[in-house]
Write a protein of this length. Structure first.
Lengths: 299, 382
């Protein structure tokens, strides 16, 4: 065997060693969480979190149980439902509005668009903390959303407390538009000007060009934006605490805070199961949009 | 179908601003119904801007553009009844060829579905792309995309075609084929066409007439041979023709031109037509320079030269000549038959025949005298 071959083999070996180490580094905490979450709370000792529950085969590891997952699901059911009611429209709306704004600011020519775009960019940098008090004021005192929403509560599947989720949807949509606009604008700048001009000559209006040319060409970017916004909104706790505060409209992050905590102590298996359950939807979104995401990021 | 008229059309970018740029300056010309006009000029001369103004993609600062009887200055691109072919083809990448071709008909007419289908299929058949109708642009070669772009314009059946360097992304062989095909297509359809190119070969070979633009100013409009043989000015003379016309700056006194390397006596009739111009540029086309074996008894219009470089093109040789006593690098070009054998370093005699010379006024660039057309068929002096 030549030295070059040996070198190549050694390099390959080193590469795999590093990759395995990295995989271990990333997976270990998740594995720990997973093992903890399938341990019966009564037998949980916290002594060997890296090992699966194998009592009575292996002492001190706890005994296997799916009870924590069942309890977590029961405990989070309301929060999960509310989160889905919130996150799906908020993600779609912020993506759609961001795309429209980016199209108007990039592919349509009009006076003063740079100034307007600067406002959008500035919007990205408004810290959450700065708007918490105004937001509460706005939704509770300025806009009488609660009373406006009341007539709708009679509709099937609609509850009176859903007005808080509507407020949260509007808030997240508004807060998401600037970053979505920025992402879409980067994509739209790369669209061929000649193609847009060809469509204008073909007789298409500004809105038709968006609907029939730009929107279909934005699908990879929508995957990026949807994944990003879904994760952001799903994981948000601050706005939810501010606007929902507590009660029936609580979202999953709010429910997660209190689950498995009592005067008797912390129920670690339940908390782990709940945390994994709450993180699951974002994982599913990544898997579903993953290939389009890669296309959008590398485009 | 209609004639297209540009009347004192001017385009100023950043009008009124500190960095005002005049892209097109007071351009007037008429393009007859069914005519193929080629707008040619170096990059940045305003030819694309002119085309874009006709298309409605740029506003017109001043002047008027008429299509038929209709002034279209303020019409939207969609209302102008014009189709354009772009350099990049500008096909819609997410649509099939069929959808690309349908798009314009769907958006600009309320034609029923089956009529659109038959029109698209008819045009595709004419363009020889009927097998490609269900493919996406990314699955097509450059030449096929080019055909689709043309088909998309033709299917609209517009009053005028605008083409912005449509062949420049093709390889040389295909470009030559498409040149011929485009000409035939345009003649068959009889649609008024404005074709923009920087390539003087395309301009010469394709246009019924060509319009030469430089720095936003129209230099000349005429048939290709008119522009070639009777250029209005030095710019047109130098731009049209490949290899370019040779220019020698000279000082004139009476009927003698004195250049750095030679003196050139002018015939009486020529000298008297020059008026009081004293700074004159002498121009001669490479094919008009006669190259002969070196002789001792040189006539008035014969010059002793040394061959610097020979570029064989096949049917002809481009010979770079240097006056015998001129420094290295100062050469002019003669085109001779490809069958003749001339090598670098050869001493030869070069004749610049008085009947073939062009004379330009250095102050204005205007042509004072163009070559005699006695030996040129089919061109009348303008």
């Amino acid at each position: 065997m030549s030295t070059a071959d040996t070198d190549a083999r050694l390099k390959r070996l080193a590469l795999y060693a590093v990759l395995i180490a990295m995989a271990g580094f990333y997976l270990l905490p998740i594995l720990t969480g997973l093992f903890t979450s399938i341990t019966s709370p009564e037998s949980y000792t916290g002594q060997s979190p890296f090992l699966p529950p194998m009592e009575p085969l292996l002492p001190e590891t706890g005994s296997f149980s799916l009870q924590p997952w069942g309890n977590a699901f029961d405990g989070l059911a309301r929060g999960l439902t509310n989160s889905f009611i919130l996150v799906i429209p908020a993600t779609i709306l912020s993506g759609l509005f961001g795309s429209m704004a980016a199209y108007g600011l990039t592919n349509v020519d009009w006076r003063g668009q740079v100034g307007i775009y600067a406002l959008f960019v500035a919007g990205i940098f408004i810290p959450y903390q700065a708007v918490l008090v105004p937001l509460t004021q706005f939704w509770y005192n300025v806009v009488p959303l609660q009373s406006l929403f009341a007539p709708l509560a009679g509709l099937p599947l609609v509850q009176a407390y859903h007005w808080k989720l509507v407020a949260l949807i509007v808030t997240h949509t508004a807060y998401g538009i600037p970053i979505c606009t920025l992402l879409f604008r980067a994509h739209y700048k790369k669209l061929s000007d000649e193609m847009i001009e060809a469509a204008r000559l073909d007789g298409a209006s500004v809105s038709t060009i968006y609907r029939r040319i730009v929107l279909p060409l934005s699908i990879p970017m929508f995957a990026v934006v949807f994944i990003y916004q879904f994760t952001q909104i799903w994981n948000d706790l601050l706005f939810a605490l501010t606007i929902v505060q507590f009660g029936d409209a609580s979202v999953v992050t709010q429910e997660l805070v209190g689950i498995g905590v009592s005067q008797a102590g912390t129920n670690f298996p339940l908390r782990m199961a709940a945390a994994l359950l709450a993180a699951l939807p974002t994982l599913v979104v990544y898997v579903l949009f993953g290939d389009k995401f890669a296309e959008g990021v590398t485009a | 179908m209609a004639e297209l008229t540009l009347d004192s059309v001017t385009k100023v970018f950043n009008d009124g601003g500190s960095d005002e740029v005049v892209a097109v300056d007071d351009l007037s010309m008429g393009i007859e119904d069914g005519e193929f006009l080629v707008l040619v000029g170096p990059s940045g001369c305003g030819k694309s801007t002119t085309l874009r103004m006709i298309a409605g993609l740029e506003t017109v600062t001043d002047g008027e553009i008429r299509l038929g009887e209709r002034t279209i200055n303020d019409s939207s691109p969609a209302d102008r009844d014009i189709a354009m072919v772009f350099q990049s083809y500008a096909l819609y990448p997410h649509m099939t060829v069929r959808e690309n071709m349908r798009f314009g008909l769907e958006e600009s007419t309320d034609m029923p579905d089956d009529e659109i289908r038959s029109k698209v299929e008819g045009t595709a058949a004419m363009m020889g792309i009927e097998d490609l109708l269900d493919r996406k642009p990314s699955e097509l070669s450059g030449g096929q995309q080019q055909r689709v772009a043309l088909g998309r314009a033709i299917v609209r059946d517009p009053s005028a075609f605008l083409m912005d360097e449509p062949l420049s992304n093709l390889d040389a062989k295909l470009r030559a084929t498409m040149r011929t095909e485009l000409q035939r297509l345009q003649a068959d359809l009889g649609v008024t066409t404005v074709y923009v190119t920087h390539d003087q070969t395309e301009a010469m070979t394709m246009g019924d007439r060509i319009a030469v633009l430089d720095d936003g100013v129209l230099q000349q409009v005429g048939t290709p041979l008119e522009c070639y043989h009777t250029p209005n000015n030095r710019f047109v003379a130098g731009f049209i023709g490949e290899p370019s016309m040779n220019f020698f700056p000279t000082a004139r006194s009476g009927d003698t031109l004195s250049a750095e390397q030679f003196t050139y006596p002018l015939p009486e009739a020529v000298a008297s037509s020059l008026g009081d111009a004293t700074e004159v540029t002498l121009g001669v086309r490479p094919e008009d320079v006669e190259v002969r074996p070196a002789v001792d008894d040189l006539g008035d219009h014969d010059f002793a030269c040394v061959v610097d470089v020979v570029e064989p093109v096949g049917e002809s040789n481009n010979v770079y000549l240097r006056f015998a006593d001129a420094p290295e690098g100062e050469t002019f070009i003669a085109t001779i038959s490809g069958m003749r054998n001339v090598a670098a370093g050869d001493r030869v005699g070069a004749t610049i025949p008085p009947s073939a010379i062009h004379l330009f006024d250095d102050r204005t660039g205007a042509a004072l005298r163009n070559r005699s057309l006695a030996d040129v068929d089919g061109v009348t002096s303008t």
